[in-house]
Design a protein around this ligand. Structure first.
Ligand code: AMP
Ligand code: ZN
Length: 467
């Protein structure tokens, strides 16, 4: 399996630290509002990476944090007239709801920065004692950037060039030894949440949080560290400087970064105001469509969000779901064992799985993996019919389901629908027909069919059966 490593700027063979296991850290959102669909991109693509690794038999320890203390959260708290803690608590719950709707698996651990302060105090103290950090007179602790030899290795930035960029913007009142130094701990301002520390009552800098949470839940050396490409510098560069200086070991072996989700060619972001929340998109589309849309592009390519592309994703997804439904229906009424020609066809169908795997093993090329799924769909539509054996329809369905599971696309219908719910919908359909609203009546019939319920209008009334 090959993946593109931002650190080496090459596609590399993936070799985990420990055979059969993968440790993976994905930087999570800052929770001060509903997440937008740009934030959803890393969630979806790295969840898909995780699912593929699991499909290959790896035991994946997947850690993704919530940044629950930050200037933006504090500002939002002031605006909403509630505590920063309450803002974070609320939007973590909302974010988890969005993740579920996007079929993003919960992480093995979702640590919260505010619950890990002790670890941060320890790492900062450690960095001070090793000479990589210092406390200024006002209680701020800075990382001594130049002290770390490898600084810039992830982003490709040179310390001297960074210095040139900083020359004119030295902020008066800052007590840094060097403009390149970054904050590990900052003293509180009036009314802000704070923790006690040897340097000041204050709170951690953003970068130290991830170094500490990765170390606590995954260890000093990890396999994969991931996030959006805007995090390469300074966030991930600084994480490397902190973790490697503190632990004396290489931090993450593979660094993966997703490209931006754009809108009219510009990065979608809260600050520009050019965003749609996952919630908003969910009002218009089943969020499976959004997931499918995200996977239609390679994760490192920029992806432009547009109504046309969402419609195309919806149509593509519908094609897959319809094929799955057909196979289920055939299986429901067909009987028997595989015939010899069917055995040959199933051998051919293995080719789609091979193509799917080859695409995923080439730096998780989900766009090509999706086309392998479409080929399988076409094959199923061509070869499965009411003449097919049950075993044949089932085998194709299982093959399709396995691939869709890796992509996080659900093709299986909801579990058992309650009789009472069915009766209620049938009654609503009768009402609609009485009111001559035939469009609505048809819509309900289709909705029931999608739930696996077939209606038949008879002289005695409507009868239904599960199909
Ligand atoms: P933030 O809450 O801004 O720290 O972002 C959380 C995650 O979403 C990070 O991994 C960001 O890189 C990622 N992200 C934010 N905006 C976009 C975007 N427009 N496209 C892709 N990823 C994004
Ligand atoms: Zn991070």
């Amino acid at each position: 399996m090959k993946l593109y490593n931002t650190l080496t700027r090459k596609k590399e063979e993936f070799v985990p630290l420990e055979q059969g296991k993968v440790s993976m850290y994905v930087c999570g959102p800052t929770v001060y509002n509903y997440i937008h669909i740009g934030n959803a991109r890393p969630m979806i693509v790295f969840d898909t990476v995780r699912r593929y690794l699991e499909y290959k038999g790896y035991d994946v320890n997947y850690v993704s944090n919530f940044t629950d203390v930050d200037d933006k959260i504090i500002k939002q708290a002031q605006e909403m007239g509630i505590s920063a803690e309450e803002v974070a608590r609320r939007f973590i719950a909302e974010c988890k709801q969005d993740m579920e709707a996007l079929n993003v698996k919960p992480a093995t651990t979702h640590p919260l920065a505010t619950q890990e302060i002790d670890g941060m105090l320890n790492m900062i103290s450690d960095l001070i004692s090793k000479g990589y950090a210092y406390a200024a007179d006002d209680g701020t602790v800075y990382y001594r950037t130049r002290r770390f030899d490898g600084y810039g290795k992830l982003s490709g930035k040179k310390v001297d060039e960074l210095q040139a960029g900083h020359r004119d913007i030295r902020v008066t009142g800052e007590l840094k030894e060097d403009p390149l130094d970054f904050v590990l701990w900052k003293p509180k301002k009036e009314g802000e949440p704070y923790w006690e520390s040897p340097w000041s009552e204050g709170r951690p800098g953003w970068h130290i949080e991830c170094s500490v949470m990765a170390k606590k839940y995954l260890g000093e050396e990890i396999d994969i560290h991931a996030g959006g490409e805007d995090l390469i510098f300074p966030h991930h560069e600084n994480e490397i400087a902190q973790s490697e200086a503190a632990n004396g070991k290489p931090f993450a072996h593979y660094w993966m970064h997703n490209g931006f989700l754009n809108i009219n060619g510009t990065k979608m972001s809260k600050s520009l105001g050019n965003f749609f929340t996952v919630r908003e998109v969910g009002e218009k589309y089943d969020l499976q469509v959004l997931r499918f849309f995200m996977l239609s592009a390679h994760y490192r390519s920029p992806l432009n969000f547009s109504a046309e592309l969402m419609e195309a994703a919806k149509n593509g997804l519908d094609r897959i779901l319809t094929a799955a439904e057909n196979l289920k229906r055939i299986s429901g009424s067909a009987k028997g064992e595989l015939t010899d020609p069917e055995k040959d066809l199933l051998t051919q169908a293995e080719g789609f799985t091979k193509k799917f795997e080859a695409s995923m093993e080439d730096d998780f090329n989900t766009a090509d993996a999706v086309s392998a799924v479409f080929e399988l769909v076409k094959f199923a539509n061509t070869h499965a019919s009411s003449e097919s054996s049950k075993a044949f329809a089932d085998a194709l369905y299982e093959r399709l389901k396995t691939l869709c599971d890796v992509l996080g696309i659900i093709i299986e219908k909801e579990e058992e629908v309650l009789d009472a719910d069915i009766e209620k919908l049938i009654a609503q359909r009768q009402e609609a027909r009485k009111a001559k609203d035939f469009a609505r009546a048809d819509e309900i019939r289709d909705q029931l069919l999608a739930m696996g319920i077939q209606l038949k209008d008879t002289r005695e009334g409507v009868i239904w059966k599960r199909v």
